[in-house]
Design a protein around this ligand. Sequence first.
Ligand SMILES: *[C@@H]1O[C@H](CO)[C@@H](O)[C@H](O)[C@H]1NC(C)=O
Ligand SMILES: *[C@@H]1O[C@H](CO)[C@@H](O)[C@H](O)[C@H]1NC(C)=O
Length: 566
Amino acid sequence: MHKSTILMWLLAAGCGCSGRRPNVLVLLVDDLGYGDVGCYGNSTIPTPNIDGLARDGMRFTQSLAAAATCTPSRAALLTARYPIRQGMVAAPYGQDVILFVAQRGGLPDTEVTLAKVLVNEGYNTSYIGKWHLGVSCETYGDNCHSPNNHGFQYWYGMPLTNLKDFGDDGTSVVTAMLPNFFPVMYAVLAGSCMAAAVLRGRSRCLFWLALLTALLASATIPLASNVKLINSLIMRNGEVVEQPIRLVGLTQRFVAETKEKLAEYKQQDRPFFLLHAFSKVHTALATVPEFRGRSRHGLYGDSVLELDWAVGEILAELDRLGLADNTLVYLTSDNGGHLEERGVAGDVQGGYNGPLRGGKGMAGMEGGIRVPTLLRYPPLARPGSTIDAPVSQMDLFPTVLSVAGVDAKTYVGDRVLDGRDLTQLITGQSSRSPHEVMFHYCSEAIHALRWVENENTTWKVHFYQPQWLPGTAVCHDICLCDMSDRLGRPHIFNIQTDASEQRPLDENSAEYGRVLAASRRAAAQHAATLVDLPESQFSYGNFMWRPSLQPCCRPPWCTCTDPRYP
Ligand SMILES: *[C@@H]1O[C@H](CO)[C@@H](O)[C@H](O)[C@H]1NC(C)=O
Ligand SMILES: *[C@@H]1O[C@H](CO)[C@@H](O)[C@H](O)[C@H]1NC(C)=O
C-alpha cells in the first residue's frame, strides 16, 4: 500500500467513523528546564521513564511555550491562542500570573478550550493537578474560571500553584522578590499614622491621604505574611478538600487520582482527555523519603527523580489497562527552568536549560520558552524520531482535533487560532514547520519573533533585552516582563544553527536589513489580527485579593484533610 493511502486509512480510523477515536493524555510539568532530563542531554539525573517516552514516541527539539510564566502559557496551551487575545496579559506595571486563589481574574469562560470541544464530542475529560487559571469571578463558589467550567468533567488539584511559602523552611515569594518588603511596609505604616495624627485638623485632604496609605499598608502586611493560609489548598470539583496542602505525597495523590480515572475510563465506551498537571518541579520542593537525597543535584534533582517516577507510574497504568496503543501522550513543561531560584541555604532550586540562554520569566530568550516536549501516539508518530522544526504548544489543540477528525471551525467559528496542525510533521509527510512566523510575547509586548524562512534557516529577532545583572544572564529573583529594555537595533540570530544565541547577524549586513524588514512586515500583519482585545484579567480590580472569594474549609480554622487521603 502506498504510504499516503495508509495514512488516509489511519486518519479515517481515528475520525470517529469507526469509533476508535484517540484518547489524549497530557502530562504538563511545571518549570522543567530544557536540560533537566536525559533525553535532552542530561547525563547526571536519570530519567528512564521520560526517556522511554522519547524512545517510543518523538522528541521535539524546538518546541515553544507561548509565554515564559505559568498562567499565560497554560491559557495558550488550552486554547491555541496567544494570551493577549484572551486578556491574559498584565495591566501596566502589573503581573501576568495569578497570585491569589481569591482574585477575580482568570481564563474567561468565553474562550473555547480543547476540553470544551472534546467533551462536546463525547469524550470523558478530567483535570488533575495544578490549574493556575483562576477560580471564581463574583462570589466564592461560582467557579467561573475553574476547570469544571472549561470542559473538564472532573477536577482535583491545586487551583493556584505551588509557592515557596507552602514549604516549611520560612522562605516566601514576597521576600524573595522584595527582600526589604516588610521593613519598608512597617515604616510606611508608622510614617502614615504619624502623618495622619499631625495633619488632623490642618489639611483634610492630606489627612485622608495619610489615612488611606496607612490602611493600605495595614491590609498588605497580613496578606503578604499569610500567603500559605490563603493559597495553600486542594479542591475537588470546586470544593476545598485539603487545606493547607501536605506537600510531601502530593505527587503520589495526583498519580492516584489519574490512575483511578484511567481505570474508570477503561470501563466506558468513550475516548478520554486527561490533563495531568504536576505541581513539580516548582518550589516549594518536597519529595517522599524514598527520593530524598537520591540525586546528585539536591532537592531539585530529587524532585526530578520523583517526577520521572510519577510519569512511569501513569504510563505503566496506561499499558496495564491496554490503552497505550490508542492514546496520544504529550509531555511538556509550561516554561523553562527558573535559573534564579534558591533555597534558604542558597542551594539551587530551579531547573537547568542546557545550552539555552535565559530562563523562566524571559519570554524573548530561548531558555524561557523552549521546553522538553515529547509525543507518543503509536498509529502516527514514528518511534525514536526527532523533530527539529519550530513548533508551539498551541499546536496541540488543532493537532488533536485533526487526529480525532473534528472540524475545529465548528467550535471556534471565526476566532483566530494561533496553533497549527502538526499531523504532517508527525507522520513525516513534511519536515517543514507549519508556522511561518511565531511571536514570543512577554505579557502584552512582543519581545522576540521567529521567522521560519526555510528548513535550515529560522531567524530569531529580539526586540527587547532583559535587564540582567552585570555579566550574567539572570536577574535578582526573576526577570519580569517590564524589567527589560527595548533595543534600538534588534538582535538577530539564526536559531537553527545558533541555539545559544551567541552569534548575532552583523547589523550592517544586507541580510540583517532583509530579515528585519520581513519581521516588521510580519509583526504588522499580526497586529492587524488583534482586534477587539478584551480587558486585562490582571487589571487592578481583577488582580486584588477579595475576602468574598476566599475559600476556607471549616471556618474559622481553614484547616481540613481529605477523607480520601487521611
Ligand atoms: C542535569 O540537571 C541538573 C538539575 O537541573 C543540573 O544541575 C545539571 O547541571 C544537569 N547536568 C547535565 C550534565 O546536564
Ligand atoms: C463519561 O462521560 C459521560 C457523559 O458525560 C458520563 O455520563 C460518565 O459518567 C463519564 N464517565 C466517567 C468515568 O467520568
